[in-house]
Ligand binder design. Structure first.
Ligand SMILES: [Fe+2]
Ligand SMILES: [Fe+2]
Length: 508
């Protein structure tokens, strides 16, 4: 079992005493560090973690009491237990030692059994003290992780991988603070869609955590043994009775041979092995890991539920758009293409992802008002009369009315009422001009015209991409470049190929 040996610092100016202490402690499993005076002793505790100090009193320059006072007066070192060794049996001297903060006393000449008994007892006390401190830090760490995860939680773009990475960075922070943390983590994330596992080995390298993807064909470990759902267990003993479990762990051990003191979390989609803690792992270590993982899995679940609702919302928007087309001439995938062109322009203009996704979906509703336009107008093979044209233009206003004023559809409402407005003020229904037309309206105006030009209408043939872009950029008898926001027009010029690809992909 890989347990760190406890380090004992012995401080005495007499080499013979140091040799004696070493001879008692070393064979009993302790690492012994020797110091000939107080200054060297203080330098040692400053440079490496020490579990206990055995301190002589009578030393030149700095006596044992002073060293003890210095240790106990320092926040970093005050938890190191100190045993004062003295030939003095005077009561006053003991009181001085207690005042200096020493935990115990030993008298010379040494009684071997007494030295070992006191050392053992104080080291146990320090371990308990350390685990209390560590538990406190775990609570802080869990709270910090939870608060950060909630603060940055984006249900639509949640990634379990990123969430696991942040758990790992908490572990490295603890490692830096000198706590005993697992030496490495093996993480497997199951990908439902591809039916495979991604395995990553996280190790600590020079104060940073490094994740390395493992191509160990571990996905043929599937399926993860059924442990009755998610479960957390300790793993000090690799030899498990159950043969399915045993072969699973043996495969892991093939890739991580030098493993001990491991806590693991197994579920059908996530496995985390925290390995080599440096101490006997306990239920406590298991429940800390469990709490971190549960936080991530909770967010994952929340995220998929939000995502489901979002998908349903998009689906309904699209259904409404399709329903409105029932009356209209057959425009095939027109509404989907227009949404996609809008997204291309929005992305080029550097708008945020939320805007891009919203315009992609909500642009499909631009002609929803046509549900109120009589079919004989919509499907009329010839030119519209003035009255019919007046009626036709009303689809913009009807559209905004149908969509209403729910904040989630405010972009769709804007689009419905402004998609025929023109930058130069010659559009309808309100003859808005320039930036008084909302940006989404300016973006769809160009996208809608592009798609109309690509398709045959009763009054015109279908144009190819080159002719269409020339008409938009240079104008013809119906379309003028001044109809479009110059920024949107510029975005179009830079993305003509993407428009063409979308048209070809969704041609109908
Ligand atoms: Fe329209
Ligand atoms: Fe349209």
């Amino acid at each position: 079992m890989r347990i760190k040996r406890k380090k004992i610092l012995c401080v005495d100016d007499e080499p013979i005493n140091l040799q004696l202490l070493e001879a008692i402690l070393k064979p009993n499993g302790y690492d012994v560090i020797l110091a000939r005076n107080g200054i060297d002793a203080l330098k040692t505790i400053d440079s490496e973690p020490i579990d206990l100090m055995l301190l002589d009193v009578m030393m030149p320059e700095m006596d044992g009491y002073e060293v003890c006072r210095t240790v106990k007066g320092n926040e970093r070192f005050r938890n190191i237990p100190v045993i004062i060794i003295t030939a003095l049996t005077e009561k006053d001297e003991r009181i001085k030692g207690i005042e200096a903060g020493a935990e115990e006393f030993l008298s010379k000449p040494f009684n071997f059994s007494e030295v070992l008994a006191r050392v053992k007892m104080l080291i146990k006390m320090k371990e308990l003290n350390d685990s209390l401190q560590s538990a406190y830090k775990d609570i802080v760490s869990l709270t910090r992780h939870g608060a950060a995860a909630i603060r940055s939680f984006d249900p639509v773009n949640f990634s379990l991988q990123n969430s696991i990475d942040s758990i790992m960075s908490q572990a490295i922070r603890r490692q830096e603070e000198g706590d005993e943390r697992p030496e490495f983590f093996l993480v497997g994330i199951g990908d439902d869609k591809k039916n495979l596992w991604h395995w990553i080995m996280y190790t600590f390298v020079e104060g940073a955590i490094k994740g390395r993807a493992l191509d160990l064909k571990l996905h043929d470990l599937l399926p993860i043994p059924d442990m009755g759902g998610t479960r957390l267990s300790l793993l000090n003993n690799w030899d498990m009775g159950n043969s399915e479990m045993a072969s699973f762990f043996n495969r892991i051990r093939e890739h991580c041979p030098d493993v001990d003191n491991t806590v693991f979390y197994l579920s059908p989609n996530l496995c985390i092995f925290a390995m080599n803690y440096g101490h006997d792992v306990s239920d406590y270590d298991a429940s800390v890991l469990n709490n971190f993982v549960v936080q991530s899995l909770f967010l994952k679940r929340l995220s998929s539920q939000v995502q489901e609702t979002e998908d349903a919302f998009d689906y309904l928007v699209y259904s409404l758009a399709r329903a409105a087309e029932a009356n209209d001439e057959d425009t095939g995938n027109h509404i989907i293409r227009v949404g996609r062109y809008c997204a291309v322009i929005a992305r080029y203009l550097g708008l945020d992802e939320k805007f891009i996704q919203a315009i992609r979906i909500q642009a499909t509703l631009h002609d929803v008002g046509k549900i109120h336009t009589p079919a004989q107008i919509l499907k009329k093979p010839g030119k519209l009369t003035d009255d019919e044209w007046i009626e036709m233009k009303k689809h913009t206003i009807y559209g905004a009315k149908i969509i209403g004023d729910h904040f989630r559809l405010s972009m769709a409402a804007n689009i419905a009422v402004t998609h025929h407005e023109k930058w130069d003020g010659s559009g309808y229904p309100n003859r808005l001009k320039g930036e008084s037309i909302p940006l989404e309206g300016r973006i769809i105006a160009l996208s809608d015209v592009y798609d109309a030009l690509r398709n045959a209408r009763v009054y015109k043939p279908a144009f190819d991409s080159e002719t269409t872009s020339r008409i938009i950029i240079e104008g013809d008898d119906r379309v003028l470049p001044s109809h479009f926001d110059p920024g949107v027009l510029d975005a179009f010029k830079h993305n003509v190929t993407k428009f063409e690809e979308i048209y070809e992909e969704l041609r109908s």
